[in-house]
Design a protein around this ligand. Structure first.
Ligand SMILES: Cc1cc2nc3c(=O)[nH]c(=O)nc-3n(C[C@H](O)[C@H](O)[C@H](O)COP(=O)(O)OP(=O)(O)OC[C@H]3O[C@@H](n4cnc5c(N)ncnc54)[C@H](O)[C@@H]3O)c2cc1C
Length: 492
């Protein structure tokens, strides 16, 4: 019987990052993927809504990919992935035709925010100026104290401020407050809260550091680059292969799970120590979830504020208090009347996404309570229409995947949880359980196989960064094979 060195279950960005790392270290690697198309949360698919229009069914915008130490070393641009940078990283329209805009440039953003410009700069400047420190704090494996202590302290103080009732104290006008609330809302949780604050303090500075790019052709371009590298180093992906039980696993010395913790427990059963299994099962899901809406439009969105049209991402929650009210409803298990909606029109940047007849994809999701089976298409259209009258008339075709059905195309997205489990400050450390090594499920011993978790249910949490896969694979290489981490350079 052939024994593989390593099997990776799941081909999301973390699974592929793990597989690439292991294959580059010289191991024989096979990835087993339940779906017919690899890539998990970074797939770009033809949904059959309109000829020539493809959709990002999960992620579309990639601040984490530019920031990620793994993907930076992997060097996406050198591999032909064109990360298109919008002039406005993200925008937050407000009622009455106003809008708050986060430009790539911190200076320009501060200037546009007028009276609140100095406060915006004072809040984010120290984090923008030390991107490596910011990444060590927010995108590390959360084990150990970052070397960049000054930035860690700056982050911590701001987290305390923005995570508390003082979150609005810095700003005098609606614009800056709304801009920050829109970013914090990516945590899909109550605002103010430490988790929304931490999310804002990572994503807002990244807009001014590496940007919030959209890959030409869609997120699948990132998957394509990872797959090509995996294959070039002898690895392979078997699609349409769901792993439900231990006997579905081919013989190997190392197994890495890009799955939910509960799937790992179900598959591994008795192989897991009771204490580990209990910890994994106790890892809570997020209370907030996403319902996905993909539209085909016949033209660009007629935003009332013209500069919103320059944005790669638009946050549609209105003012800070309106966004907070919508998130509070979701956190208490209710649908908001005007939910937080996130949208992107990639055709703004990427002509390849627009057909000869002018059709283009429109990416959106709305925040809803976990497990919601509500079709939010009309709620999403109404939120866009609020800031872009006439939008409704552009909609040519639509598809909604309610939160309760997101796991039909990705088993990790149970009940519409797009974060791989609860996103709280504690759960960033104890992710998925409180342990010195959050990735190890069963440590390898002698010739016995080792098992690791490598999905976004481990540090540093959600996002297309590949870091959970990279951190877990490096541990597997060290503890299972006594091998160092390989180079990720395209030239090696
Ligand atoms: C609607 C939505 C919008 C998002 N927007 C963004 C965004 O714009 N930017 C961003 O950075 N992030 C975004 N995210 C989050 C991002 O997609 C995830 O954090 C990221 O994909 C997590 O990567 P992963 O590899 O851990 O898991 P996933 O990408 O979820 O991949 C897991 C893979 O494992 C497979 N799998 C699961 N169980 C099994 C099994 N038993 N057997 C075999 N295969 C299995 C799944 O089919 C899937 O392919 C979004 C997510 C969603 C759902």
């Amino acid at each position: 019987m052939t024994v593989l060195d390593a099997v990776v279950v799941g081909s999301g960005p973390n699974g592929l990052a793990a597989a690439v790392t292991l294959a580059r270290a010289g191991l024989s690697v096979q990835v087993l993927e339940a779906e017919d198309v690899p890539g998990g949360g970074a797939r770009t698919l033809d949904l059959g809504l309109a000829d020539g229009v493809v959709h990002d069914i999960c992620s579309a915008v990639h601040p984490m990919a530019v920031a990620s130490p793994f993907l930076r070393a992997f060097d996406l641009p050198a591999r032909g992935v064109d990360l298109l940078q919008p002039e406005v990283a993200y925008a937050n329209p407000l009622d009455g035709g106003r809008a708050a805009l986060a430009y790539r440039s911190l200076d320009r953003t501060a200037a546009a925010l007028g009276v609140d410009g100095p406060a915006w700069r004072a809040l984010l400047g120290p984090l923008v100026d030390d991107p490596d420190g910011l990444l060590a704090v927010a995108l590390g494996d959360h084990r150990g104290v970052p070397r960049q202590l000054g930035t860690a302290v700056a982050f911590g103080l701001r987290l305390l401020e923005l995570g508390s009732a003082a979150w609005g104290a810095r700003f005098r006008d609606d614009e800056a407050a709304a801009l920050l609330a829109g970013v914090g809302a990516h945590a899909i949780t109550r605002m103010p809260s430490p988790s929304a604050a931490g999310t804002a303090l990572l994503l807002a500075p990244l807009a001014h550091a590496g940007g919030w790019p959209v890959p030409r052709g869609g997120s699948g371009a990132i998957v394509g680059a990872l797959l090509a590298d995996l294959q070039a180093h002898g690895g392979s992906v078997l699609t349409g292969t769901r792993v439900d039980r231990a006997r579905d696993l081919p013989a190997a010395r190392a197994y890495l799970f890009d799955t939910s913790p509960r799937t790992a427990v179900r598959v591994l059963g008795q192989r897991l120590a009771n204490r580990v299994a209990r910890g994994l099962i106790a890892f809570p899901r997020s209370r907030g979830a996403a319902a996905k809406v993909d539209l085909v439009l016949s033209g660009p969105v007629p935003w009332t504020h013209p500069e919103v049209a320059l944005a790669g991402t638009v946050h549609l929650g209105g003012s800070r208090m309106q966004a907070a009210a919508a998130e509070a409803a979701v956190a208490s298990g209710r649908h908001a009347d005007r939910p937080m909606v996130l949208v992107s029109d990639p055709g703004v940047l990427d002509a390849s996404r627009v057909t000869a007849t002018g059709l283009r994809p429109f990416w959106a999701y709305a925040h809803v309570p976990a497990g919601s089976s509500v079709d939010v298409t009309q709620a999403v259209i109404a939120q866009v229409e609020r800031f872009a009258p006439g939008f409704r008339d552009l909609v040519v075709a639509s598809r909604c995947v309610p939160a309760a059905e997101l796991d039909h195309h990705n088993a990790n997205l149970v009940a519409g949880d797009i974060s791989g489990g609860a996103v709280s400050v504690y759960r960033m450390l104890a992710r998925p359980r409180l342990a010195w090594d959050p990735y190890a499920l069963v440590a390898p011993q002698g010739r016995a196989a080792g098992y690791w978790l490598c999905s976004s249910s481990t540090p540093p949490g959600p996002g297309v960064h590949g870091l959970s896969g990279w951190y877990a694979a490096r541990r597997a290489l060290k503890d299972g094979f006594d091998l160092p981490a390989p180079s990720l350079s395209p030239w090696d």
